[in-house]
Design a protein around this ligand. Structure first.
Ligand code: ADE
Length: 239
């Protein structure tokens, strides 16, 4: 999986690229990432990337030339242009499903804006998809791009040590995760549920599934509508 990130603040990615799972994935060449400062593609002698909006009003608008030229330079030699994703609060809400779909591409180009809006021609003629990571406004798309990349890299085969961990976690089952415990069995009088110490795998699986259902019902009932549930589970939810 390869990411090309277009940003005016490449230094914001340093910590993300040099730590933990992302670093290991890059060292193992499972993931490749390049940072492009699209200011380098400005056609302006002052290296401007934004300008005032036509029609007046406050704020600045990102100019089309630098972003188009940066994407064109990245894709010059490729037969099929990879999807170009724009990070924007106006985008489609990002979900685990979307992360799974994007993880099937071998390369993605991510555009990060900062402070200002994008010239509409970037949206219409350069971008394949606009993605929002939530209903709040960030100062720029960089944190959103890191969220999107992080959720995708953990789905790339070989990136997570334990192959089961991406499949069993929240959302891939359509439900929230069940409670987990580790040693000690008794911490300050708070005990681990007996069933988890019982060694009965079928009972443990049943308990976990029930806990997932209860937690989802309590915290995120909206997820239950689309979660794959058995008839018995649907009946239990209705009672
Ligand atoms: N840029 C600013 N806010 C954003 C958000 N919520 N999601 C994606 N990109 C953004």
């Amino acid at each position: 999986m390869r990411f090309d990130v277009l940003t005016l603040f490449p230094e914001m990615f340093e910590g993300f690229f040099s730590s933990s799972i992302m670093k290991r994935a890059m060292d193992q060449r499972l993931v490749e990432a390049s940072l492009v400062n699209f200011r380098d593609y400005s056609t302006d002698k002052h290296r401007m990337v934004d300008d005032t909006p036509y029609g007046g009003g406050g704020g600045m608008v990102l100019k089309p030339e630098p972003l188009f030229r940066a994407v064109e330079a990245l894709t010059e030699e490729t037969q099929v242009r990879p999807p170009v994703l724009m990070m924007s609060p106006q985008g489609t809400p990002f979900t685990q499903k979307k992360a799974e779909a994007l993880s099937r591409h071998s390369r993605l180009i991510l555009l990060c804006g900062h402070y200002e809006g994008f010239d509409e021609r970037i949206r219409r003629h350069l971008v394949d998809e606009e993605i929002s990571i939530g209903d709040y406004v960030l100062t720029g798309g960089e944190l959103a791009a890191m969220v999107v990349m992080d959720s995708i890299i953990r789905l790339v085969p070989g990136v997570l040590g334990n192959a089961g961990s991406a499949e069993e976690d929240s959302f891939s089952t359509g439900l929230l995760e069940y409670p987990q415990y580790t040693r000690p069995a008794d911490f300050r009088g708070w005990k681990v549920p007996d069933v988890l110490l019982s060694g009965h795998h079928a009972q443990i699986a049943r308990w976990r599934r029930q806990q997932s259902l209860e937690r989802t019902l309590e915290r995120r009932p909206d997820l239950l509508e689309h979660a794959p549930l058995t008839d018995e589970e649907r009946a239990w939810l209705k009672q």
